[in-house]
Design a protein around this ligand. Structure first.
Ligand code: FAD
Ligand code: NAD
Length: 492
């Protein structure tokens, strides 16, 4: 029972950390609470089920074909939770086999049970029946993830009032849904249900949703959501929930408003799953939301214990979690690690959103002179073929160095094509690359070329105006002209 590394949690961070250590010929054990949970929250209640459910909804609701066949087009008339669950089960089962096979192939010992610290180098694994084994280890990777926040004041029953882990267990698709929390989870699920025809209301304490995203893209998303009948109650706090007759639920808002619905999804954040780890025995204390502090190498205050994945907080993404797992192991076993500085973000809303780099608000605050090139999907042949002529891609670039500063996209394949911009940014490329390159046709990649021409045309407008504008001496003799202002008006 002596290991070089014990990993707690089998989500993306734990898996990739364990495999990275095994590749360094280390003796590795991974502990997962429940046999059916191998793959973590990511595989069983987070990323994979939610994205599969979205795909099932897009297919069965005929959403992407309505442009051609009309608003009433449906692949299936009465969609049920069982229809959605079937596709999810199919994908999850396959992915779980992949995870277990990878761990076995790399000679990693898997333990099923609740892990908790006995001492800084000792971890007890306790099975549901109570029997326990103790593992000795040189290093530890805490990759225990998060669980949905469940305040006492919310009367959860898993059927009419539920959290995001319980969605897949619903017996039926509700006719109306109130979503508390307009974060990524609340918005992704809210829009999925609205696409199914459910009346969805989102309540959030903030006045602006998804603040990290480009404001124009979020406005466009809200426009789509409203066109599906979604209602947003922003800047509102929930102060109480009552159950009414006939399975109705009343939500009382601090402003005095009352919302009546058939069901409530509580999606107002997640907390680190550290309660049962007995962190104190290892010399660690989590913060008030159960999260663990770590430095840039993912190392906690106790140098041989590392924290990776959602338990360390922002950005709480599966993609980043995997990277953190590898980063921690390289540091723990003195290996070099070359990380990625240009991280993408994908929101699987309908339509999807993706971004990389800075947004306009950030560049404006930092007083960076930037220009914007825009491609609208209605000008892109592949967009029309895919049934999306409302999407857009905007590329932000430096007016002087022409370096790409950010790419923001909403619409079909946004989460895929963002990587083209990410690659060019990571390699220090400029907007000229997109002007000069040739993409397959018809593809969504063409957006980059269209956006590049749009942006460069705006720069050339400036040159044109600057050249035709009178010199200072001429200007003094004639009526003063608002030269800069003119350029701005034309360029917008
Ligand atoms: C609804 C939803 C949708 C999401 N969609 C996306 C998305 O589209 N893209 C994206 O990048 N990210 C998405 N995420 C976030 C993503 O799922 C997480 O970033 C990722 O799962 C974090 O991985 P992790 O390795 O930290 O562990 P997790 O996946 O959280 O897994 C942790 C595992 O540790 C186990 N564990 C905990 N404590 C113990 C213990 N004491 N002993 C033994 N085992 C223990 C748990 O049982 C669990 O299986 C989504 C999350 C949710 C909830
Ligand atoms: N596509 C993706 O990459 C993806 C998808 C889903 C989740 N995730 C990850 O999961 C993490 C957790 O997501 P989340 O949506 O649970 O959390 P979150 O913190 O992003 O959102 C919580 C939202 O709830 C609101 N809120 C909090 N308390 C409230 C209250 N009492 N009343 C009304 N509103 C309230 C907050 O203002 C916030 O907007 C995210 O940080 C994200 O990284 C990623």
């Amino acid at each position: 029972m002596k290991y070089d590394l014990v990993v707690i949690g089998s989500g993306p961070a734990g898996q990739k950390g364990a495999i990275a250590a095994a590749k360094l010929n280390k003796r590795v054990a991974i502990v997962e609470r429940d046999f059916n949970q191998f793959g973590g929250v990511c595989l069983h209640s987070g990323t994979i089920p939610s994205k599969t459910m979205r795909e099932a909804i897009l297919h069965l609701s005929g959403y992407s074909h309505r442009d051609v066949y009309g608003e009433q087009y449906r692949q299936k008339r009465r969609i049920t939770m069982d229809d959605l669950r079937r596709q999810v089960a199919h994908v999850v089962e396959h992915e779980r086999d992949v995870v277990q096979d990878q761990l076995e192939r790399n000679g990693i010992d898997s333990y099923v049970g609740d892990a908790s610290f006995v001492g800084p180098h000792e971890i007890a694994v306790t099975r549901a029946g109570g029997e326990s084994v103790t593992l000795q280890t040189e290093k530890v990777l805490i990759a225990c993830g998060t669980r949905p926040a469940r305040p006492e004041s919310i009367p959860f029953d898993g059927e009419t009032v539920f959290d995001s882990d319980e969605i897949l267990k619903l017996a039926e698709i509700p006719r109306s849904l109130i979503v508390i929390g307009g974060g990524v989870i609340g918005i992704e699920y809210g829009i999925m249900f609205a696409t199914l025809g459910v009346r969805v209301t989102v309540v959030d304490g903030r006045r602006r949703l998804l603040e990290f995203a480009d404001a124009e893209i979020v406005d466009s998303l809200m426009f789509h959501a409203r066109s599906l009948g979604m209602v947003f109650r922003l800047g509102e706090d929930v102060v109480g929930i009552d159950r009414l007759q006939e399975n109705r639920i009343a939500l009382h808002l601090e402003s005095g408003k009352k919302l009546i619905g058939e069901s409530v999804l509580y999606a107002a954040g997640r907390a680190g799953d550290t309660e049962r780890l007995n962190l104190e025995a290892a010399g660690l204390t989590p913060d008030e939301r159960g999260r663990l502090w770590c430095n840039e190498h993912q190392q906690s205050w106790v140098p041989h214990i590392y924290g990776v994945g959602d338990v360390v907080g922002f950005p709480a993404l599966a993609s980043v979690s995997m990277e953190q797992g590898r980063r921690a192991v390289c540091h723990a076993f003195d290996q070099p690690f070359h990380g990625c500085d240009v991280l993408p973000y994908g929101l699987y809303t309908i339509p999807e959103i993706s971004m990389v780099g800075k947004n306009e608000d950030e560049l404006t605050k930092e007083r960076v002179p930037y220009e914007v090139g825009v491609a609208r999907f209605r000008e892109i042949a592949r967009g029309k073929i895919l049934g999306d002529d409302t999407g857009l891609l905007k590329m932000l670039f430096h007016r002087e160095t022409r370096e790409i500063l950010g790419v923001h996209c909403i619409g079909a394949t946004a989460t895929e094509i963002i990587h083209i911009g990410q690659t060019v940014m990571a390699l220090g490329g400029t907007i000229d690359y997109f002007r000069d390159t040739v993409f397959n046709y018809p593809t969504m990649a063409e957006c980059y070329k269209v956006a590049a021409f749009d942006g460069l045309n705006k720069l050339s407008l400036e040159v044109e105006f600057a050249e035709s504008a009178p010199s200072t001496s001429e200007k003094d003799e004639k009526t003063p002209q608002p030269r800069e202002a003119n350029i701005d008006v034309m360029a917008v």
